[in-house]
Design a protein around this ligand. Structure first.
Ligand code: ADP
Ligand code: MG
Ligand code: ZN
Length: 479
């Protein structure tokens, strides 16, 4: 079934350092409840908001990265509603229709569909900069909790609302698009997509012959795909049975894997939007734009193309690009004279694999050795001093434990007495030797393995072990 999909993606600028209109921390998760607050984000009477420079620069950098038109003035709007997590009873956001200019007035994003390896273009309708509300929570559930708790640590955290055109073609592409947008924002230094609750997606979807349905509050990229798959099937079934798909808002129940109708949604008129009189329009100065441009200078696409142009397979290139610290180290290590093929395998496949196996985050820069270390290792492989396999098997695990370690301290000792090891194995493995001498050539592989095991964690090139074994076996045959 063909569907049209448009997404509204809310992403916190968790890396901004400050909230949108005060100096409290943008990364609120590390505080006990109501400890990351001040009169501004608590909405106390008389407290005045002042737009923070970094959140503005990051929002403008996002606008640049998504090829947007940027207005001359940024205008903030009040959106009114009553809820315990909203202390002022209005949220400061942006709303064009009442003269508030968003930070982005239409642009586009080109994301890589990693199933087909095509770049796919989707229009961006607008990007708003707004404040996140606080959080309400309950002990156990809402019906049995003695109290309703309100935590304002999140109140005022800068939030981007990115709205796409309804041009996304499938649930799978919706997921890849969201992942690409998050990665772009990670490259800018705007957000850490792996923080709990750092982004939410509202997905709009319609099928031919039906109205659009909005699915609210999807919390993971996997759920974006699942929710849309479910919803498209549901709509198709309604139409098949001769029913009508009405315009409505639904909620994604991730646990049951179904969308459910929401009872009520405010109409826009009920929000009483108007420009915020406490916030004079912010002029987008050349200074601000220059800062934004600098932040947006590295995009996943640019880096992907740089990595691929070095002859790296696209799957591996994408694996490198999807972890910004990996990409940074790869390009730096190549500059330092490392071999792109060796480095791609080491960084994009095996080191990343080591981190994953340990349950560590490959996008956390502190998990990565410096580029010099990786370049040195690559050179040791290229010069033939160590095999790639001995670096992978004996060095990468040690670096994953301690990324700051000196190369010398993690290099395995080399086997200096290969001949003695070979003798020992030939003496011990009587049956395999006999098999080999009687024409079972496969026994040689077994013997090579035995020599490698006898090296016990020291570095040894299996080709050397094989060569020495062959020499001795030949002598035995002839002798
Ligand atoms: P609203 O102001 O009511 O939120 P918008 O025009 O801003 O509506 O659109 C919200 C989202 O709905 C956008 O992401 C847009 O791409 C999407 N959308 C609009 N029309 C359709 C449609 N027919 N099918 C699917 N998505 C749609
Ligand atoms: Mg909307
Ligand atoms: Zn504050």
């Amino acid at each position: 079934m063909k569907a049209r999909i448009g997404l509204e993606i809310h992403v916190q600028l968790s890396e901004a350092g400050t909230k949108l209109f005060c100096d409290c921390d943008s990364e609120y998760r590390r505080y006990p409840p109501n400890r990351n607050v001040c009169p501004v984000c608590l909405g106390l009477p008389g407290a005045l908001p002042v737009p923070g420079r970094r959140p503005l620069a990051l929002a403008l950098a996002a606008a640049k990265a998504f090829n947007c038109r940027i207005p001359e003035w940024i205008v903030f709007t009040r959106k009114h509603y009553f809820y315990p997590d909203l202390p002022k009873n209005y949220q400061i956001t942006q709303f064009e229709k009442v003269g508030g200019a968003p930070v982005c007035l239409g642009g586009y994003v080109e994301f890589l569909n990693t199933d087909t390896w095509e770049w796919v273009r989707v229009g961006i309708r607008r990007i708003n900069l707004e404040e996140d509300p606080g959080r309400t929570y309950y002990e156990g559930d809402i019906m049995t909790s003695r109290y309703a708790h309100v935590d304002f640590n999140r109140s005022g955290v800068p939030l981007l609302e990115i709205v796409t055109e309804p041009e996304v073609r499938s649930p799978r592409e919706a997921r890849l698009l969201v992942e690409y947008i998050l990665l772009t924002l990670e490259y800018i230094g705007a957000t850490n997509p792996r923080l709990e609750g750092v982004f939410r997606v509202d997905a709009n979807v319609s099928v031919e012959g039906g109205e659009r349905v909005e699915i609210k509050n999807i919390g993971s990229t996997l759920d974006v795909e699942k929710a849309l798959r479910y919803e498209i099937k549901r709509q198709a079934m309604v139409l098949e049975r001769g029913g009508r798909v009405e315009r409505e808002t639904r909620h994604w129940d991730a646990e049951r894997g179904v969308t459910k109708p929401l009872r009520y949604k405010e109409e826009e008129a009920e929000y009483l939007y108007f420009p915020d009189p406490d916030l004079p329009p912010v002029k987008v100065t050349g200074d601000l734009l220059a800062e934004a441009e600098k932040l947006a200078s590295r995009s996943p696409r640019m880096i992907y193309e740089a990595v691929e142009s070095l002859g790296v397979r696209r799957e591996v290139a994408w694996s490198i690009v999807s972890s910004p610290p990996a990409a940074e180290r790869f390009l730096e290590a190549v500059k330092l004279g490392g071999d792109p093929q060796v480095l791609a395998r080491m960084i994009g496949v095996d080191y990343k694999g080591e981190l994953r196996e340990r349950g560590l985050d490959p996008n956390d820069p502190s998990r990565w050795p410096p580029a010099e270390t990786l370049a040195q290792l690559s050179k040791l492989v290229s010069s033939g001093e160590y095999t790639y396999d001995s670096i992978r098997g004996l060095v990468l695990p040690k670096l994953a434990e301690n990324p700051g370690a000196d190369v010398k301290s993690v290099l395995p000792e080399k086997v200096s007495d290969v001949d003695a090891l070979v003798e020992e194995v030939l003496r011990r493995e009587v049956k395999a030797v006999k098999d080999y001498l009687s024409g079972k050539e496969k026994a040689l592989n077994y013997l090579v393995g035995a020599v490698m095991r006898a090296a016990r964690g020291r570095a040894l090139d299996p080709r050397e072990a094989r060569r020495k074994l062959l020499e001795r076996l030949k002598a035995m045959k002839e002798g």
